[in-house]
Design a protein around this ligand. Structure first.
Ligand SMILES: NC(=O)c1ccc[n+]([C@@H]2O[C@H](COP(=O)([O-])OP(=O)(O)OC[C@H]3O[C@@H](n4cnc5c(N)ncnc54)[C@H](OP(=O)(O)O)[C@@H]3O)[C@@H](O)[C@H]2O)c1
Length: 197
């Protein structure tokens, strides 16, 4: 299969690309990679697909959100998190669907904060929950047998800069994270959240 991984230079994206490249042709993309795309820009997404052509699977491992206590969050903070993490990935699905082969798939990335809160994690929880609901609903409407799932990991072992914000949370290896993307791409699930930790 031809698999497009967006955010492949990041921690989760690298884990996904490494696992999927064992059995598939992987195209790696990000704002600064060889294949460039900015998920905040619809024209940039369409332009990327025009350059690389149709694919069998699309994976998004992107999404930045502000981490602040609830009382310190402004409306702009909420807008920034929703624009980047939620609408970036939604935009990818909306713009990318015509470029995905029949029976192909999308795999989005959410995170454990959709089901377990941390201090400063309100915007992340909101964004993750919104994306997971989007996946559930979009699965019922995507055409031509195209599937969609979300991988929802706890904090990665290698994301040591995050560990103090996730006290007592199970830490996920890159290998296990990569296998969750393999499960979504090679499996038959759709509309599902694949939790890790
Ligand atoms: N790390 C964890 O422990 C963890 C755990 C659970 C969930 N998550 C979630 O997983 C996602 C990725 O996290 P990460 O830690 O892997 O992030 P990361 O290491 O910062 O990597 C982010 C990747 O996305 C690319 N990117 C960022 N904005 C983009 C845009 N607008 N368009 C295209 N590419 C873009 C970056 O490359 P460029 O800068 O070159 O564009 C980079 O390749 C986030 O949503 C995060 O909340 C992470």
């Amino acid at each position: 299969m031809k698999v497009l991984v967006i955010g492949a230079s990041g921690r989760l994206g690298a884990a996904a690309a490494s696992a999927l490249s064992q059995h598939h042709e992987v195209i790696e993309a990000s704002r600064s990679g060889e294949v460039q795309v900015d998920l905040s820009d619809t024209a940039s997404i369409a332009s990327m697909f025009e350059r690389i052509g149709r694919v069998d699977a699309v994976i998004a491992c992107t999404g930045a959100v502000p981490f602040k206590p609830l009382a310190g969050l402004s409306p702009d903070d909420f807008r920034a998190g929703i624009n980047d993490k939620v609408l970036g990935q939604v935009n990818l699905v909306q713009t990318g669907t015509p470029y995905v082969n029949d029976g192909g798939s999308f795999t989005l990335t959410t995170g454990v904060l959709a089901r377990e809160p941390i201090v400063t994690g309100v915007v992340a929880s909101l964004a993750n929950g919104a994306l997971e609901s989007f996946v559930m609903a979009a699965a019922a409407e995507l055409p031509r047998g195209i599937r969609i799932n979300a991988v929802s990991p706890s904090v990665l072992e290698e994301a040591t800069d995050y560990h103090s914000y996730f006290p007592g949370f199970v830490r996920i290896s890159s290998e296990d994270a990569g296998q969750a993307y393999v499960k979504s791409v090679d499996g038959i699930q759709t509309g599902r959240v694949i939790p890790l930790g």
